[in-house]
Design a protein around this ligand. Structure first.
Ligand code: FAD
Ligand code: MLT
Ligand code: ZN
Length: 533
């Protein structure tokens, strides 16, 4: 990346020059404070978390009934071994199974007895054909970073992991169209693309572990959606294996193709309930030549919205992310992760990223914008990073929030879309509603996408607290015309609340589609949409 050199910024005071407010502080912060190391590796987060036994989902939710599926037997394991020859392709070891049975948030735990690790589409097809004939229920699993309990079994479903499906198939260096297998890790794809002057159209804190197949199955949003739009726009083609093993080849690499229904869209966001995604063709944007990040402090959430409005106006096409955190979020970073606040304490913080093709042009725009924000008092203090290690350090303050919250014990995680004018009221309302029964109520998220992450923590899971939060939070969101899931999906934990965001007739159509595509209901049962019955 050819960002403005740190030296120039340090000596010249490139940003905030001529403003006379906080400039020295900002420069010092830039030099001194933003030195902590960054890690986007979610596997690393796993190691950091306390090892607590997670209650089995079927125990925590005693009213759940196992579906009419076959029980796995020794003959099945032996047949799986024939379909997946070689070492480490069929996992039955109890200790090894634990990680695949438990979700990242440590809120759901299944009791699958087997993990299958295919390498090719043909192998996925053979496995699904077998499971469908035998009526064995299946959970597709990517990086297992999902936050709604969708990626792990509820009972004893067979886990089909895409871990070994990690080949990059092609990159068209003229168009930027990448074709790869579903098990490629997002960060690996991004670093491969960077070497070829492209970048992935999505980025999220779990990039070190999540798979592109999982991203597609959840229609992941993340921090670049503001700039590159949703995956529904960036995906040109998909290859998917249906429940009966039939391969649907819609792996088009064309920008435009209006022949019949656009079937690939159906699988984006289907959370493993309609088919297993095996390959994807992705339209990748050019790698930006210049990236800058500003971390700013504000007095109120209304100020955050003012800055957002101004940033769209003044930064225009170079604005690539607009994230916010409240002071309770900063407490998590400071107290639970022992990371310093990069600036002074404020009620709200904003992280703005710009990405563009011409450093000089972007620098001038950002400089003017920041001067205006400071002189109008919309922003009270801030720091700017221009070299990669400092940029990553600032991003880690925002991206490690999910990890930091886990240190409190249990995290009730909500991921809602709301009109911006109502956005932060939900956090305040929940604080008032829950009082001192909980450890903390924090708000952060993707302001640029109208996506609030409301998180509530307690030392351990409590049915009583859960009953205070749900359906209260969903009623609140529906009342304010929001969506109960902006990006994480419904999975296991939110499926029964779908009617808060979708009409009965829309859900009926979803159920009909599911019935046609998976008549035996073997694919990710108990997830995403309620049963037709
Ligand atoms: P998994 O968790 O393994 O699976 C998720 C769902 O997809 C499951 O229902 C599973 O059955 C299904 N699935 C997986 N692979 C396939 C496949 N090949 N075919 C069909 N179905 C499949 N999400 C966001 O949207 N934005 C964020 O900013 C964001 N940040 C995060 C930060 C952290 C620290 C963490 C832990 C999670 C974050 N997430 C975020 C949530 C999560 O990373 C995303 O949902 C991600 O897309 C899941 O990918 P995965 O490979 O881990 O999928
Ligand atoms: C994020 O934006 O940090 C993720 O969606 C994870 C979370 O909600 O905690
Ligand atoms: Zn998010």
């Amino acid at each position: 990346m050819s960002a403005i050199s740190g030296t120039k910024l340090e000596h010249g005071g490139l940003f905030f020059s001529g403003v006379g407010i906080n400039m020295n502080i900002i420069m010092q912060l830039l030099l001194a404070r933003v030195t902590f190391r960054f890690s986007c590796q979610v596997r690393y987060f796993h190691i950091q978390q306390k090892k607590l036994a997670v209650e089995l989902t079927r125990i925590r939710y005693p009213n759940l009934k196992r579906g009419p599926y076959a029980n796995i037997c020794d003959a099945d394991i032996s047949n799986f071994g024939k379909l997946l020859p070689g070492k480490g392709r069929v996992i039955t070891d109890v200790t090894e199974l634990e990680g695949y049975n438990t979700d990242w948030l440590k809120t759901c735990r299944g009791s699958s007895q087997v993990v299958l690790r295919p390498k090719t589409t043909e192998e996925v097809s053979a496995l699904l054909c077998y499971c469908n004939d035998r009526r064995l229920a299946v959970v597709p699993q990517g990086g297992n970073t999902g936050l709604v309990g969708g990626s792990v079994p509820v009972f004893d479903e067979v886990i089909i992991s895409t871990e070994l499906m990690n080949n990059i198939i092609s990159l068209d260096e003229v168009s930027g169209i990448l074709v790869c297998q579903a098990g490629c890790i997002l960060a690996n794809l991004d670093s491969y693309l960077k070497d070829h002057n492209f970048t992935m159209p999505l980025d999220l804190g779990a990039k070190g572990s999540c798979h592109i197949g999982g991203n597609l199955a959840t229609n992941a949003g993340g921090v670049r959606l503001l700039r590159y739009g949703s995956l529904h726009g960036s995906i040109l083609g998909l290859e998917v294996v249906q429940a009966n093993g039939e391969v649907i080849d819609c792996l088009s690499t064309l920008r435009k193709d209006n022949t019949g229904y656009d079937l690939k869209q159906l699988f984006i966001g289907s959370e493993g309930t309609l088919g297993i995604i095996t390959k994807a063709a992705i339209l990748c944007p050019q790698k930006p030549n210049a990236v800058y990040v500003a971390f700013l402090g504000c007095d109120s959430f209304n100020r955050v919205l003012d800055v957002f409005q101004k940033s769209k106006h003044m930064l225009g096409e170079i604005l690539s992310a607009f994230e916010f955190m409240d002071s309770a979020s900063m407490d998590v970073i400071r107290n639970n992760l022992k990371m310093p606040n990069p600036i002074a304490d404020f009620p709200f913080y904003i992280l703005i990223e710009t990405s563009g093709s011409q450093g000089g042009h972007d620098e001038e725009k950002l400089n003017t914008f920041l001067e205006t924000m400071l002189s109008s008092q919309l922003v009270k203090d801030g720091t700017v990073a221009t070299d990669m290690s400092k940029i990553e350090a600032l991003w880690s303050v925002r991206e490690r929030m999910a990890e930091g919250l886990m240190h409190d014990g249990y995290c009730y995680k909500y991921d809602v879309s709301l009109p911006l004018m109502k956005f932060y009221n939900l956090v305040e309302d929940m604080r008032h509603h829950l009082g001192n029964r909980v450890t903390r109520v924090v708000g952060y998220g993707h302001v640029g996408d109208g996506n609030l992450h409301l998180n509530i923590t307690t030392p351990a899971y409590s049915h009583e607290i859960m009953d205070l939060i749900e359906p209260y939070v969903y009623d609140w969101v529906a009342h304010h015309h929001g969506s109960i899931s902006a990006e994480h999906g419904l999975g296991f934990k939110k499926k029964q609340f779908i009617y808060h965001s979708k009409t009965k007739s829309a859900v009926r159509l979803m159920q009909a589609i599911k019935k046609v595509m998976d008549p035996n209901g073997i694919l990710n049962p108990y997830k995403t949409i309620p049963d037709a019955s």
